[in-house]
Design a protein around this ligand. Structure first.
Ligand SMILES: NCC(=O)N[C@@H](Cc1c[nH]cn1)C(=O)O
Ligand SMILES: [Zn+2]
Ligand SMILES: [Zn+2]
Length: 503
């Protein structure tokens, strides 16, 4: 049966109030038992819902796919409506600021929605993103990236773990409660964005505008948009690195040229670019731009001890990267370099020849992309200036007549909080009840640019509650989420809501 039709056949208003009364005397554990059974029963429906979401190639970084990102926002609105959310607002964010190719390109909207309106209950703001990283079958995927495929209890597809799986899992939690006629223990405000993978453009301003309006009364925020550290043990996360993304544009010749005619007789833009890009970071990951390392907060003794209790080793890193290419072998070194030191990665060169075969071209204009993951206490604006000064100095040293420009495409702040508050307590209980173990407390090497803004603007704390495993391959080829993580993850989310509601 078509999923949307299936939902529309359930008339929630017709449920007799006596059902709600019978639940009201039940213990949380009993209620959760019913929720967990319902989640298990609905597994095929939940997988179909994720398949429908993955089928929309909502790649925010590809301007030609912007309409698909909009389509994804419409998909979410329909799902939310059918699951009983109200006050659904689709907030436009205006045009995408430069650098952008189409200067009339509209930013995808923020989708806001509420579930529950009980002043005696706490309110949780749940954030997620509905855009995804680019993906092409030719990148090396085994299957078409925008078709969810189940193989060996794993669901493959772009966005399956980052972040459509978790976003859809929250919707699944709503459906399980609806079908049980079980009231949610908290009020929920959903905030779904479509530009997270491209720097969350426009969201910070919206959060500022809505802090005392739509978001008024939020007690805590929960984000499911990161991963377990390894593959065996669930984690809760209290820190993220920030991310400043830059580009270097180099151009010279009026058009792409024949290397047999012009090779050796003109300054080539790509030679200049590669020369400069190769001086940003060394092969051991050391950032070569002066001033950045000096801003990093020193390691304290208390922090050093935190790593001892965490389950992780170099084999997990090798397994997740599909290689034996680790720079560091010890757990502490690996975790520190992922969580608390900055890193600089080179991502690509727009305009460079990248097809098969042997095209003898000299590209006329190339754009090098790189980013720096930031950590406490790096001052983002100071770091930008260090980057610009360094890149400009390196170009000067080349003495090239080609034109060059270095600029920031987007930035997002790092975030670190205290994992000992009511929200973490509820999530620890939820993890224990679903997975049978206490979660490790981790930081994350990736970034979720809006996290610090939520904390500051809504004057509340944020919990990161990841569903997927460390080997899910987010941003990579063959991204997946294990069926178990998707389903037990929804249970963990539900249990978290119930435990938080009772604190
Ligand atoms: N799941 C979070 C995530 O993947 N975040 C992105 C955010 C980002 C920042 N700049 C571009 N994307 C990440 O790369 O960490
Ligand atoms: Zn994400
Ligand atoms: Zn991502």
């Amino acid at each position: 049966m078509n999923f949307t039709r299936l939902l529309s056949t359930i008339n929630y208003k017709k449920i007799p109030p006596s059902i709600f009364r019978s639940y009201s005397t039940m213990s949380i554990e009993k209620k959760l038992q019913s929720v967990f059974s319902k989640v298990d029963e609905l597994k095929p429906v939940f997988i179909e819902r994720l398949a429908n979401a993955v089928a929309i190639p909502s790649v925010s970084g590809d301007e030609s796919l912007r309409k698909e990102v909009f389509k994804m926002s419409e998909f979410l609105v329909k799902e939310l409506e059918s699951l009983g959310a109200y006050d659904i607002q689709v907030k436009p964010l205006g045009k995408q600021p430069p650098p952008v190719t189409d200067e009339n390109l509209e930013l995808p909207p923020i989708v806001l929605a509420r579930v529950g309106k009980d002043e005696t209950k706490k309110t949780i703001m749940i954030y997620g993103h509905y855009d995804v990283q680019p993906a092409l079958k030719d990148d090396g995927w085994d299957t078409y990236p925008f078709k969810l495929v189940e193989v060996n209890d794993k669901l493959y597809g772009r966005g399956s773990t980052d972040d459509k799986g978790p976003v859809i899992a929250w919707l699944n939690v709503l459906q399980a409660h609806k079908e049980l006629s079980l009231e949610l223990p908290v009020n929920i405000i959903f905030c779904f964005e479509g530009m997270e993978e491209s720097g969350s453009l426009g969201l910070e301003e919206l959060v500022g505008r809505e802090a005392d309006k739509y978001f008024k009364g939020v007690d805590t925020c929960c984000i499911s948009d990161n991963y377990w550290l390894g593959t065996k043990k669930p984690v809760l996360t209290y820190g993220l690195r920030g991310c400043n993304y830059y580009q270097i544009i180099v151009s010279g010749p009026g058009a792409d040229l024949h290397s047999g005619i012009f090779g050796g007789v003109i300054h080539e833009p790509m030679t200049d670019l590669i020369r400069v890009m190769s001086q940003l970071v060394d092969v051991k990951g050391k950032i070569l731009i002066p001033g950045i390392d000096e801003m990093v907060a020193p390691v304290t003794e208390t922090e050093e001890k935190l790593y001892d209790d965490i389950e992780f080793d170099v084999n997990e890193l090798n397994a997740a990267s599909g290689s034996n290419t680790a720079i560091y072998q010890s757990k502490n070194d690996i975790l520190m370099h992922r969580w608390r030191y900055p890193s600089l990665s080179l991502h690509g060169i727009e305009g460079a020849f990248s097809g098969g075969g042997a095209k003898t071209v000299i590209p006329a204009k190339v754009i090098g992309k790189f980013s720096i993951r930031t950590v406490p206490d790096i001052d983002s604006k100071k770091m930008d200036q260090y980057v610009f000064d360094y890149v400009n100095a390196k170009f000067k040293e080349l003495g090239t007549p080609n034109s060059y420009k270095v600029e920031l495409i987007h930035d997002g702040a790092y975030w670190k909080s205290d994992p000992f508050n009511d929200s973490f307590t509820a999530a620890k209980k939820a993890t224990k009840v679903v997975w049978g173990v206490e979660p490790d407390l981790t930081r994350e090497g990736g970034s979720i640019p809006i996290t610090l803004t939520f904390e500051q603007q809504l004057k509340t704390n944020v919990l990161l509650l990841p569903l997927g495993k460390g080997d899910d391959g987010a941003h990579s080829i063959n991204e997946k989420i294990d069926v178990k993580n998707y389903i037990e993850g929804a249970k963990t989310m539900a249990a978290y809501l119930h435990y938080y509601g009772e604190i």
